[in-house]
Design a protein around this ligand. Structure first.
Ligand SMILES: [Zn+2]
Length: 235
């Protein structure tokens, strides 16, 4: 009688000991371990892994993840030609120019909470041709045969945005063609002159130079800057 009662109790005891010491069938242990390893790897990976769709020895893309504001006007019809010139808005520059822009963005954001806003970066020569076909006037568009610094990936059309996301008053809109946009024009409100001076100074500190007729245009003047026809991919 005692012997029969003892047997199930002993089995129950064994089960309890097995539970307390975490004894599990071997295959379950392996599954749990592999899950742990999988989770660790997943957590260490960057949130987004995308393959770059351009030649990184030639180009570097500036995206809004860097903090800059992109308002690539020639990808829309909101520009002086009233035509869309690019199929999609992306900002590419030669790597050495891109690095200067990215460093400047970091500097002004850290020191003043400000951001850069880009209207135009590298402009492929076919896009320059399209501009020229719409506005064949050398006062406003550089003839594609000569090519502009934009066609070399060494120019940007740029302005400053304050910590509240508001564009600084530069006296005229981007791509306003007339004396009001000239950097030599001193007949402008004090604030406008100050804002232009700040933008020019910041760009010059980083080695980029402006031109007389457009307050927004800056380029990096280097020797052997090649014109380019490469056109970026769109999704
Ligand atoms: Zn420009």
């Amino acid at each position: 009688m005692v012997h029969r009662l003892f047997q199930p109790f002993f089995l129950l005891q064994l089960l309890c000991i097995s539970f307390l010491f975490g004894c599990k069938p071997p295959n379950q242990e392996i599954i749990t371990e592999s899950k742990k390893v999988g989770t660790t790897i997943e957590q260490e990976l960057p949130l987004e892994v995308t393959e770059l769709d351009y030649d990184t020895t030639q180009w570097k893309e500036i995206t809004e993840r860097s903090g800059v504001v992109l308002d690539i006007r020639y990808a829309t019809d909101n520009n002086f030609t009233k035509n869309q010139i690019y199929p999609c808005p992306r900002c590419f520059l030669r790597p050495m120019m891109a690095d200067k822009i990215l460093t400047l963005q970091q500097d002004i954001n850290r020191k003043y909470g400000m951001r850069l806003k880009l209207f135009d970066c590298y402009r492929p020569r076919p896009a320059q041709q399209k501009l020229w076909n719409i506005v064949p006037d050398a006062r406003y568009v550089t003839p594609p045969t000569n090519g502009s610094m934009h066609n070399r990936g060494l120019a940007v059309d740029i302005t400053l945005v304050d910590k509240d996301g508001k564009e600084l008053d530069m006296g005229t809109e981007f791509d306003f063609f007339g004396p009001e946009a000239y950097t030599t024009n001193t007949n402008l409100p004090v604030d406008v002159l100050k804002n232009r001076k700040v933008l020019t100074k910041l760009m010059e500190i980083h080695g980029m130079k402006g031109i007389r007729t457009e307050w927004w245009h800056f380029s990096l003047r280097t020797e052997n800057a090649q014109l380019d026809d490469w056109e970026w991919e769109c999704e």
